[in-house]
Design a protein. Structure first.
Length: 155
């Protein structure tokens, strides 16, 4: 996890005013909290992926773009770009979600069986997030990510 130290651009302080301190920018993290089946068909199935985004910063952040590739049990499931997903309060978290579809043609039968049986699925999600700080003089930034874990599948 990286840490950026940025100083907001300001005019010279007036006499008696303290100079602004550098702003420490920490990378937010996220986890997939659940995968929910919205509609199950034999070939295509619709899902809702729920995310918890943790913001360790002393200022709120806006998740303005989320580009992802999602893999389940080592197999490609879906990719996409979501815009304006969440505003995450300072030193807190926010829940958000995205919808995606899977086509089961060409996938191992076990993966389809696991999802239909609503068992746990091993996932990997990789991509990038674009974040806005809302602080004048402190530009937005992009973070690349590659996370893996397990998630239960719900109906």
């Amino acid at each position: 996890m990286g840490v950026l130290l940025l100083t907001a651009c300001t005019s010279a302080p007036h006499q008696g005013e303290p100079e602004s301190a550098p702003v420490e920018v920490k990378e937010p993290t996220f986890i997939i909290t659940s995968i929910k089946i919205l509609q199950a068909d034999l070939i295509n199935t619709s899902f809702k992926l729920s995310l918890r985004i943790n913001n360790p910063n002393t200022f709120p952040i806006t998740l303005s773009s989320f580009r992802y590739e999602l893999y389940g049990d080592g197999h490609f499931w879906a990719n996409g770009v979501e815009k304006h997903m969440a505003v995450v309060p300072a030193e807190s978290f926010a829940q958000t979600s995205l919808d995606f579809e899977m086509n089961f043609i060409g996938m191992k039968r076990r993966l389809l069986d696991d999802i239909i049986a609503m068992r746990e699925v091993r996932y990997r999600i990789a991509g990038s997030m674009e974040l806005e700080t809302g602080i004048p003089g402190l530009p937005g930034f992009r973070i690349n990510f590659d996370y893996a874990g397990n998630s239960a599948v719900f109906r």
